[in-house]
Design a protein around this ligand. Structure first.
Ligand SMILES: NC(=O)c1ccc[n+]([C@@H]2O[C@H](COP(=O)([O-])OP(=O)(O)OC[C@H]3O[C@@H](n4cnc5c(N)ncnc54)[C@H](OP(=O)(O)O)[C@@H]3O)[C@@H](O)[C@H]2O)c1
Length: 232
């Protein structure tokens, strides 16, 4: 149960992020959805359950802007202060062989899937550490493609970004010594989302509902820290 807790879910306007947000809200959490498309965010936030009279909101942010040296992080940092749960779910993939990828595609993939979660974690951990008695937690949504036994041509940069996220998860969890739990979830192919629907492969599929359930289970489990949970 997440009654009285607040969660910020990046990529929360649709797909896996929205499914996780829904589950957390159904168990009492107040949710902030973060993505770029304001119209979709305002529709999605209205659909979140609020049986516990909790308040939901959204923030329109292009996470790719976060990496710009001149970007003012203060508004985001202020908003993160009221959240004890951060779900780093926003992500992009490409289905392009490396030699055909532009430099922009490469840096955008690394920046959104890896650098943005690092910056967001940095923005919230000081505050989370101060409130460690409230069991703060960060969940990074990686992918089975971050594991070397799972390969899909055209996703080398995506796989590298998600493998980086696993290293970040393990190392940060150890650095924070349990004051903030940091875990990762590595789903197989989720066909019900825009991203999963665009992939044509024989990777094992996993239902969206199961991914959301597993994410919530990890966030609930106070003994889990530094774990990278494969779900396929
Ligand atoms: N679907 C799968 O098969 C699968 C499998 C394993 C792991 N994953 C991972 O799960 C996560 C969610 O995937 P999904 O399938 O739910 O993807 P999706 O349906 O394509 O949704 C992506 C979400 O990220 C947001 N987003 C994209 N670019 C953004 C940006 N620059 N700034 C802020 N938000 C941005 C999108 O909203 P806007 O476009 O409005 O910004 C949307 O809310 C990703 O990290 C993905 O790598 C997916």
């Amino acid at each position: 149960m997440f009654k009285g807790q607040s969660a910020l879910v990046t990529g929360g306007s649709r797909g896996i992020g929205l499914a996780i947000a829904n589950k957390l809200a159904s168990q009492g959490a107040s949710i902030t959805l973060l993505a770029r498309n304001e119209t979709l965010l305002s529709q999605s936030v209205k659909q979140l359950p609020s049986a516990y009279n909790q308040q939901h909101s959204f923030q329109v942010v292009d996470l790719l802007q976060l990496v710009n040296p001149g970007y003012d992080h203060s508004r985001l940092q202020e908003s993160l202060k009221s959240h004890m749960i951060l779900v780093n779910c926003a992500g992009i993939t490409t289905h392009t062989l490396l030699h055909r990828m532009s430099q922009q595609q490469i840096t955008d993939t690394i920046n959104l899937n890896l650098t943005a979660p690092i910056i967001l974690s940095q923005l919230c951990i000081k505050h989370m550490i101060r409130q460690h008695k409230r069991n703060p937690s960060i969940l990074n949504i990686a992918s089975v493609l971050s594991l070397t036994e799972h390969v899909l041509p055209g996703t080398a940069v995506y796989a590298a970004s998600k493998a980086g996220l696993l290293g970040f998860t393990k190392s940060l969890s150890s650095e924070l010594r349990g004051r903030v739990r940091v875990n990762a979830l590595l789903p197989g192919l989720v066909k019900e989302t825009d991203m999963g629907n665009a992939v044509d492969s024989d990777l094992k599929t996993v239902p969206l509902e199961e991914v959301a359930n597993k994410a919530v289970e990890i966030l609930c489990s106070l003994s889990m820290n530094g774990e990278c949970v494969v779900l396929e």
